[in-house]
Design a protein around this ligand. Sequence first.
Ligand SMILES: Nc1ncnc2c1ncn2[C@@H]1O[C@H](COP(=O)(O)OP(=O)(O)O)[C@@H](O)[C@H]1O
Ligand SMILES: [Mg+2]
Length: 338
Amino acid sequence: MMAAAPAVETKDLVKVFERGRRTIWQRLRRERDKRDRFRAVDGIDLVVEPGEIFGLLGPNGAGKTTTMKMLATLLIPTSGTIRVLGIDPLARPRDVRARLGAMLSGERSLYWKLTARENLEYFAALYHVPPHEIKARIANVLAAAKLTDRADDYVERYSTGMRQRLALARALLPDPPLVVLDEPTVGLDPQASRDLRDRVRELKAQGRTVLLTTHYMEEADQLCDRVAIIDHGRIVALDTPAALKRTIRAEEVVHLEIGLDGDDSAVLDRLGQSAIVARSERSNGTLTVTAHCASARNFVPAAFDAARSTGSTIRHVEVVPVTLEDVFLALTGRALRE
Ligand SMILES: Nc1ncnc2c1ncn2[C@@H]1O[C@H](COP(=O)(O)OP(=O)(O)O)[C@@H](O)[C@H]1O
Ligand SMILES: [Mg+2]
């Protein structure tokens, strides 16, 4: 038997944008376009296997949404190839759209003056759901989004979390084997986020493939079978969350706040003898340090010695487990949130 095609496959996928806007004056005079061109997506190779929850994790501006839009036929790549369930979206966009449920802009594209059911009826017609199936499909997607009880309420009376779940319900209308979700929990409170993540896990349990983006490392860690860490349009690491965390060769992460008056290089040098200083930032009289170490039990006393011998004082110590944030930091030298 032939193996199933990957749910998503991209090869050297590139999207170039121009920065800024061309003025009408420049257009009228047919001036040469001198704007900067930059590669928002800069050569992405991805293989998402059927049935997995795959995450693109990266900071704002990394190119996540642009990648998703190219997969969902909403943007044309500058170069490279895409296959969605074995289909080329450039050649057969309708076939891709019929098999891919996309939640790219969430609640913003729902009609607030209609009920949830009316919204779904409208989108079912738009997505060419066969008329005799509409009722059953809507019942299914309402159940999948846990909105059955509230189906006949106006969307304007929904909470943000419910609207986001309705956006998910809408994405499921074509009964798609592949679901792509762009920052599904952004703007949701912790409870609503947890709830949405449970809905996403159910999609996997139903045998669907899920590709999602997030800039929340905990979300990628908890939800995804595999994660591609993306920065400046490139994949900088790709593996299971556990394997990614093993790559930084640290068992523990220590956050320190050190009070000092003078130069910080002496204390940083000393700290660097017993840990990897992944990040340090100075503001006013406080040096904040993130250190990756084999054992906090050994490193923390060494840090106090280092502080004492350089005339500084440790004001706060926190020992935390390794997270994907640390992996990102180790790879890029920057924090995800910056
Ligand atoms: N239509 C566009 N025209 C020009 N630049 C764009 C356009 N869409 C996105 N960008 C830029 O491309 C980069 C990547 O954006 P995006 O894919 O939205 O990142 P992310 O979703 O990871 O935050 C950003 O610098 C963004 O400003
Ligand atoms: Mg985005």
